[in-house]
Write a protein that binds this ligand. Sequence first.
Ligand code: NDP
Length: 453
Amino acid sequence: MSVFDYDLFVIGGGSGGVRAARIASAEGGAKVGLAEESRMGGTCVIRGCVPKKLMVFASAFPDAISNARAYGWDVTLGGFDWPRFRTTLETDLDRLEAAYRNTLTTAGVTIHDSRAVLVDAHTVKLASGEVFRAKHILVATGGRPFVPDIPGADLAVTSNEMFHLPVLPKRALVVGGGYIASEFACILNGLGVEVCQYYRGAQILRGFDDEARGHVATAMQMNGIMIHCGTDVMRLEKSESGIVAVATDGSSREFDLVMYATGRHPNTEGLGLQGLGVELGRQGQIKVDEWSQTAVPSIFAVGDVTGRINLTPVAIREGHAFADTVFLGRPTKFDHELVASAVFTQPEMGSVGLSEEAAREQEPIEVYATAFRPMKTAFAGRSDRVMMKLVVSQESRKVLGCHIVAPEAGEMIQLAAIAIRMGATKEDFDRTCAVHPTMSEELVTMRKPVRKA
Ligand code: NDP
């Protein structure tokens, strides 16, 4: 008889943990246990990508209705019933959570609805006191919002609470300039909330292509969002009618809601990792090698808790590669290069590969870019502009980066990413015949570089 209760024990039922558990059990024939202290599905399904995207959809209707009027439809925008939307959203998340549970149990995974901590290299302990020994342990505990320690920080909410607000605020402050802050600034604005966004740096969406993020920021401002760069909150104070944010620019403004989106930290506190030999990084992220293995051979980690690239599809691939390697005898490493992503601002931004700035540091480049008014909204008399950009190596002619700011840019970048991942050159793009009339046809019709660097 085995000295182990499980071949694999997974801590965390989010994107990475669920994929690893399912593949190890259903395809690898392993005996798998999984512990989740909150709701099955993790950040992505319960308090991240999925409810966020549904809110993005909800927030886009006012524009759609105004466009419809321009196209001759006799429609008027009524009010937004937040409680009705929220109730439907909650029902949908319940459905998804149940589907995740069902997938796991069908795959033969034993679910423990409990917090689990590590006791030693092969042992986990549940909150109930139950102890299990496992040949392998996978830590997939994700991350949580980080709020800086300023006076009045407890008056602010994070993205976790945004899906459960009792009422929609009239005036909101969003703090931060990353994915989450910029997306929620747009969502709230679309839902009719007056939105200010404070960001401590010079331009929001740091790390993305400068031209693309400038394009997004301008569009957000034209849509009515008051973006204050070089501005941070010093303290928050409760007032009679709201929350006052005292800022570094000397202003004191009152809001009904303050949302912080100033990054996320890995969930490693109190997990029992200290003393086991598992190495942690500066923010508490678990250090792993290219096989997602920690310094302790029986302990692996995938997803946001490792702080590599904090995206759901990356966690899924890391979890899958781990299961393939350890339980299916198929050594697999996930390649973290050329991971495409989309920021669901309005307009959306899709990116893959290097920004112009990063590429320029690496080698001589050519830049192909265009910005134009798309047919659909130009007809409606709107001044929205979309942007397409390719960053090309002068020497190899390979497309090093693609940046798109446009409606549905997330859908477009997924397809461009396949070509770029295959090593497509600018001439491969040029050889590809356009699909007309579309916005993305510009990607294959840009003939002259706008600059070389
Ligand atoms: P990000 O790391 O993207 O952005 C954090 C923002 O907060 C930055 O603007 C940062 O400023 C600012 N900040 C950090 N610390 C402080 C501080 N002490 N005071 C003031 N400002 C501060 O984190 P998010 O929380 O937006 O998102 C977390 C991760 O989740 C993302 O990195 C992304 O990987 C993932 N995500 C992906 C989405 C998608 O794919 N669409 C959607 C949502 C999240 P600075 O730039 O100066 O450091």
